[in-house]
Design a protein around this ligand. Sequence first.
Ligand code: HEM
Length: 156
Amino acid sequence: MEFLAPLAETPLARALIASSTLYLLVNAVHILGIAMLFGAILALDLRLLGLAPTVPLAEVARFLSRLAGVGVALAILTGFCLFTVRPVEYAQNSAFLAKLGLIALALINVAVVHFGSGWRHVLAGGVPNPAIRMSAIVSIAIWIATVVAGRWIGFL
Ligand code: HEM
């Protein structure tokens, strides 16, 4: 993984290494991105599974999935910044690698849902079909595992 070492010499990494205030702010935004993502995804997935049936699914589905999208983008952007500080070390950290794999799985699950007819049916006011409900369960499980893997990085 030595080919990643030059990342730690970039102006971005040097700024994060030089300023612990900047580092903690980026780390805080990483956690805010995760909170936005997980909060929106959990609310959406639980509604897709039938909880809070009086909440109009078609309206909240569009809003919550966009909110989760912003959260993912923030987490990935700030996560990459944090990564540049110790790239070779993180790339050899099994919790970090597991987290990247889980994020990829979660985003594939999102893509399969969003490009499928089941999601269009939900946005048109229809009832979630079994495949959509199954993907909601998979989504909750994967994002919980991602958060655990993320926290685990610092313990390895
Ligand atoms: C998009 C979903 C993501 C989630 C849910 C997530 C979750 C987490 C969590 C829970 C932590 C621990 C935060 C703390 O206690 O300070 C963390 C830390 C971290 N994450 Fe992420 N992360 C995500 C994306 C990324 C990405 C894409 C990268 C890199 C490319 C990344 C790199 C890091 C790094 C380097 C740390 C600091 C680890 C340490 O030294 O303790 N994260 N992440």
